[in-house]
Write a protein that binds this ligand. Structure first.
Ligand SMILES: NC(=O)c1ccc[n+]([C@@H]2O[C@H](COP(=O)([O-])OP(=O)(O)OC[C@H]3O[C@@H](n4cnc5c(N)ncnc54)[C@H](OP(=O)(O)O)[C@@H]3O)[C@@H](O)[C@H]2O)c1
Length: 246
């Protein structure tokens, strides 16, 4: 049956696990052609094989979002393989949180590089394509940390405030043909804590994710909702968090 996703070409960064992988699976199930990017190629290959085995369409390429050229190549792969690009989901993100006093400056740098510059490089890759086509949608994954700041999350929250600010600016500049959606997850049960370098915070976060976290499919459903709307409907922001999250 035709739906708002059928044959849409969707590029997803950070597709090798968690929210990105769940979103790729749901989109492919619903008839979209997905183009998967992340650094762990073996995981992308396994996910693409799973999608193909279920009758879906997937391509993939090793992508480090801190490298502008990698994002340009990922978008190019979508255009070459499928002839168009309907949606770019800027999902890749890391959260090595800590108190500022710990001076984990390498972690600050990495969060800025992946969460902010990675988003900007995605915009740089897809925006000219969307302008040329006269259609296109960005779906940018933020965080409830980008709504409310708590200790240990200063830098991570800063990057997610930036995701929201850049996305809103992009939406205002986008005009009447391009759509921009911010999807803002709360606590989701994924591998997210693996990027944390402070062992205590990592253990605490994993514990909280296990107790409170909801499935990444909850975010995938929100992304699908935003994409499947008619072209004149811009779902500008969706916040999805556990009912039990304060
Ligand atoms: N889980 C939560 O509670 C939560 C809450 C709010 C927001 N979020 C946001 O949701 C997004 C997805 O996170 P997740 O929870 O699904 O965590 P995850 O399971 O750890 O997934 C993170 C993804 O980002 C990719 N990634 C990391 N660095 C990358 C880089 N330099 N280049 C390309 N890809 C990179 C990882 O792939 P590779 O390692 O293979 O590159 C992985 O696929 C992030 O933006 C995160 O900030 C998560």
């Amino acid at each position: 049956m035709e739906n708002g996703l059928e044959n849409k070409v969707v590029v997803i960064t950070g597709a090798s696990s968690g929210i990105g992988a769940a979103t790729a699976l749901l989109l492919a199930q619903r008839g979209a052609k997905v183009v998967l990017g992340a650094r762990r190629l073996d995981r992308l290959a396994a996910l693409a094989a799973r999608i193909a085995a279920a009758g879906g369409e997937a391509a993939y390429a090793r992508t480090d979002v801190t490298q502008r050229a990698d994002l340009a190549q990922l978008v190019q792969l979508a255009e070459e393989r499928y002839g168009r690009l309907d949606v770019l989901i800027n999902n890749a993100g890391i959260g090595p949180i800590s108190l500022l006093d710990e001076l984990r400056v390498a972690d600050w740098d990495e969060m800025i590089d992946v969460n902010i510059k990675g988003l900007l490089y995605g915009i740089a890759a897809a925006l000219p394509v969307f302008r040329r086509q006269g259609f296109g949608q960005f779906v940018n994954i933020a965080s409830t940390a980008g709504l409310r700041i708590v200790p240990t999350m200063a830098v991570y929250a800063g990057t997610k405030f930036a995701v929201r600010a850049i996305s809103e600016g992009l939406r205002q500049e986008a005009g009447d043909k391009l759509r921009v959606t911010i999807v803002t997850p709360g606590v989701i049960d994924t591998d997210f804590a693996n990027s944390m370098t402070n062992p205590e915070l990592k253990a605490q976060t994993k514990d909280m994710q296990g107790k409170l976290g909801i499935s990444p499919e909850a975010i995938a459903r929100a992304v699908v909702f935003a994409i499947e709307q008619p072209a004149d409907v811009d779902v500008s922001e969706i916040i999805v968090r556990p009912t039990a999250q304060s």
